[in-house]
Design a protein around this ligand. Structure first.
Ligand code: ADP
Length: 868
């Protein structure tokens, strides 16, 4: 197609025999002396920048002229070329006619940018053209490239305007909206030394490549050869760009380049690519298999040839030639076939248009995820910064938090918001470096690594790739795998990522990487430097309620093909599920239970004869609904309400309530975090943080021996050093406290004690259980119960101070989840607590303390029962 256009252009310049030129001739007759023939002869004009001086960097912008802006949906055109343009905007056409009539027949012609969201490799002009006529003023201006052509109108017939390009110009400002009129500055080539060896050698190479290209296109060769030798450097570069048949954007780059040497280099690249494409062999294959295969590969390249890097095209050509030589049944043939399959399936230069619209992003984030206001705000900031920078590349967001809090779901939403394809790689599932770096091509089963597989799957070169579980790196994996993942994330390295399967570098610099981790402390240090951590703590019951109702239940019901009117899961049942079955920070288990419930419902409805054909779902009201509440234990076939006939069908609405929940999900599971309604003597509740999020835990002091002077403390063997130290200190503090409160009580002096700390807490060796330990010891010594539903957290020092602890949000959520009514936090954590959302803090009596006496008063206040 493009070549036909170029042919027309060249015919216009070179001969008087084609339609366009006849058209021009007619215009000449009509318009008399208005056609300046010297302006249309290639190579006759002054070469702006030619100079004996070395290149001067200054651009020569002559400010001030106002011109009508004419959008060009197709290839830009270059000084010296004619171009007929169809003008569909009546106002613009009228204005052009007017200026032509007033002997001011000049216009600025500007290439239309591809519409955002379209694939540049596929935009042929018609797509760019599609909406451009609806745009006005600033909107239209934004869709035009700034650098265009100063053109003279040679004539107008109907809606076709014939132009000749005079020179380059740049839009400086908008003057009028409709028709779009702009102020422009004329651009001249930068001065260069025409005797310079490098520029002469480059122009020589351009000429010889141009001739090679023309040798493959005899119809153009006849017309163009004469211009190659006569053209000056800058014109030669323009001519080469047109002959190369390159797409809009690449020609525009040549147009915008004012450094003539650089322009020649750009053109040379385009011409070489054009040569490589022409070399792709038209096989005459001896077998059907070969014919089909080569046709498949060629077809894949068809829409995308211009985007494929030169070195890749060369490899493809070599491999296609090899394919021809091998027997179709040989191993080599299969290897080459596989290689070509990968080479031609990758999305070379295909990008989705990044969307930085923060309002749209907010909508998408809300659509996909409930709550998480602070996380969403951070993401919107990230997108807004991306908008200003023009890219979101370079910074790596890492979402941390326990399983099921929505880290992956958030990553998926960011991809949707940015209009990038989504792909996730689970680090936990990686076993060796080849999974990232690919296998060397040594046999038929060799494959590239995950990243290349990702590009092939998503079909764009700028997806969002979620590296799931970066904290699992380093622990389970060899160093080389860790550093391979690190190279992937490193903007310095990933532009030249080498997969062993290919050998040549693949550009991953446009991929946006996002990571997730359960435990930040386990993320290798090298990764942490590059990341911006965003933590997600978990959800309280009412948040889970929203998530399950508005997201999980809806998506599961739809996935099972069940209509809303066929089922009801009551609020009470959901709350029971949340509180009694799913003691987790996130909603992973909850999702599994909902799936279990809906699979069973599907079966029940299936036994009633409900079909899940969409046709039925499309006819609401066909089902006659009746609630059966507690009847699910009965065999549904016993129900008298089932009346099936040709005309009507009565379907029992399946209702899941507390009474029948266990039929669907079994009995509630034991909650190790909430064993006691009232803790017995010697037991105090603390708050901890583990990889699964915040949790409550019971610290239990027991007497193992009694006797004069036997006072001692035994600790579990698996306790970490920090916790051991904390327990020893707690013993001393409890002893001195008891002496103050009950001077005659010799319990600690005469008792050998054992302090039990649950296993899951011992995995996190930290001192925040200090105050809880003191309280449990005192409770045992004084035989007093600790206040009901009280949780204590805080580090204690020998000097009696209470130091701040971490994970306030996670611990508060865990406390709420386990029915805690009162929490004691260190005073220094007040700010952390105050910053929490109201729904997280709701219903809690929270005390902030800086002295153990305050804890003592709350835990063992006057109204506290004794355990004697
Ligand atoms: P993670 O990556 O943290 O383990 P996922 O993103 O896989 O968690 O979430 C597990 C499930 O819970 C997914 O179906 C997800 O959509 C859902 N989910 C988690 N958090 C939310 C939320 N805030 N709103 C809606 N759905 C959520």
């Amino acid at each position: 197609m493009a070549w036909r256009g170029i042919f027309k252009i060249f015919s216009t310049i070179a001969s008087g025999k084609n339609n366009l030129n006849e058209e021009k001739m007619d215009f000449e007759e009509e318009t008399g002396d208005r056609v300046l023939n010297d302006e249309v002869e290639l190579g006759d004009e002054e070469e702006d920048g030619e100079d004996d001086a070395e290149g001067d960097e200054k651009e020569d912008d002559e400010e001030g002229e106002e011109v009508l802006a004419l959008p060009l949906p197709h290839l830009p055109f270059f000084p010296g070329f004619h171009k007929p343009v169809q003008v569909k905007d009546p106002k613009l056409l009228a204005a052009l006619q007017e200026s032509y009539a007033w002997h001011a027949p000049y216009v600025g012609a500007f290439l239309v940018k591809d519409e955002p969201g379209t694939d540049p490799s596929l935009v042929s002009g018609s797509k760019a053209e599609k909406n451009i006529y609806d745009l006005k003023g600033k909107e239209l201006l934004n869709r035009l490239y700034e650098v265009g052509i100063h053109a003279k109108i040679l004539g107008i017939r109907g809606d076709r305007v014939v132009l000749v390009a005079l020179g380059r110009l740049r839009i400086t400002e908008m003057v009028d909206k409709e028709p779009l009129t702009v102020k422009v500055g004329h651009l001249k080539d930068k001065p260069y030394n025409k005797d310079d060896d490098v520029i002469n050698a480059t122009s020589f190479e351009v000429k010889s490549t141009l001739r090679d290209v023309l040798n493959t296109r005899s119809y153009l060769k006849r017309i163009c050869t004469q211009y190659i030798d006569n053209s000056k450097f800058s014109r030669l570069a323009d001519l080469g760009a047109v002959i190369s048949g390159a797409k809009n954007l690449q020609c525009q780059q040549v147009l915008e380049e004012l450094d003539v040497y650089k322009r020649l280099k750009l053109t040379l690249e385009l011409l070489k690519k054009s040569m490589e494409i022409s070399k792709i062999p038209e096989f005459v294959l001896e077998t059907d298999a070969k014919t089909t295969l080569s046709a498949k590969f060629r077809e894949r390249l068809e829409g995308n040839r211009d985007q494929i890097p030169l070195h890749v095209l060369q490899v493809i050509n070599e491999e296609l030639s090899k394919l021809q030589q091998f027997e179709a049944s040989s191993i080599e043939f299969n290897e080459t076939h596989n290689y070509l399959d990968w080479l031609t399936a990758l999305p070379w230069g295909i990008y989705s248009d990044e969307n930085f619209d923060v309002f749209r992003a907010k909508k998408i984030l809300d659509e996909d995820n409930y709550g998480l206001a602070d996380v969403k705000e951070r993401i919107l900031e990230f997108i807004a910064v991306g908008k200003h920078r023009g890219t979101t590349q370079g910074r790596i967001l890492c979402f941390s938090g326990p399983p099921g809090v929505g880290k992956m779901s958030i990553g998926r939403s960011i991809a949707r918001a940015l209009n990038r394809k989504f792909y996730s790689i689970s680090v936990g599932g990686l076993t060796n470096i080849a999974e990232i770096k690919g296998h060397f091509r040594i046999n038929v089963s060799s494959t590239p690594g995950k990243m290349v597989q990702c590009l092939k799957t998503v079909g764009t070169a700028n997806p969002l790739v979620l590296i799931d579980g970066v904290d699992k790196l380093g622990r389970q994996h060899a160093r080389d795998l860790t550093s391979a993942v690190l190279d992937l994330l490193d903007p310095e390295q990933n532009a030249k990522f080498v997969d062993n399967y290919f050998f040549f570098p693949i550009d991953l610099s446009k991929v946006l990487f996002v990571c997730t981790a359960d435990v930040v402390d386990n993320i290798p240090k090298d990764f942490l430097y590059r990341m911006e951590l965003i933590s997600i703590a978990g959800y309280v019951a009412d948040e889970k309620m929203h998530i399950v109702r508005d997201y999980l239940e809806k998506s599961t019901r739809e996935a099972c093909g069940i209509k809303p009117e066929e089922v009801e899961v009551t609020d009470a049942a959901l709350l029971c599920l949340i509180e009694k079955y799913c003691h987790e920070a996130g909603v992973q288990k909850l999702q599994k239970h909902i799936e279990k419930i809906y699979h069973k419902i599907a079966l029940q409805l299936g036994r009633q004869g409900v079909s899940y054909e969409p046709a039925i779902a499309d006819k609401p009201g066909e089902a006659l609904v009746r609630c059966i509440g507690e009847s699910s234990k009965k065999d549904v076939t016993d129900s008298k309400t089932i009346q099936e006939s040709e005309a009507t069908r009565t379907i029992e609405k399946v209702v899941i309530d507390i009474s029948n929940l266990a039929d669907f999900v079994g009995d509630p599971v034991f909650n190790a975090e909430h064993i006691y309604d009232q803790t017995p003597v010697g037991v105090a509740m603390g708050l901890a943080w583990t990889a699964m999020g915040g949790s409550t835990l019971y610290i239990k002091a027991t007497q193992i021996e009694q006797g004069e002077g036997k006072g001692a403390l035994t600790l579990p063997g698996q306790l970490g050093d920090v916790m051991k130290g904390s327990a020893q200190l707690a013993h001393i503090v409890a002893r001195s406290m008891l002496f103050k409160k009950e001077p005659d009580n010799r319990y600690f002096a005469n008792s050998k004690l054992y302090l039990h700390v649950p296993l899951r807490a011992t995995s996190m060796d930290e001192p925040s259980a200090g105050c809880t330990m003191i309280t449990s010891l005192l409770s045992l010594a004084m035989k007093k119960l600790v206040k009901k539903d009280l949780a204590i957290t805080g580090e204690f020092t020998l000097l009696g101070r209470i130091l701040p602890i971490g994970w306030v949000k996670e611990k508060t959520i865990a406390a709420r989840r386990n029915g805690v009514k009162t929490i004691i936090f260190p005073l220094a954590n007040k700010r952390d607590f105050d910053e929490l959302a109201t729904n997280v803090k709701e219903g809690l009596d929270v005390h902030f303390v800086d002295d153990y006496n305050q804890i003592f008063d709350i835990a063992f206040g006057d109204d506290q029962e004794t355990g004697k």
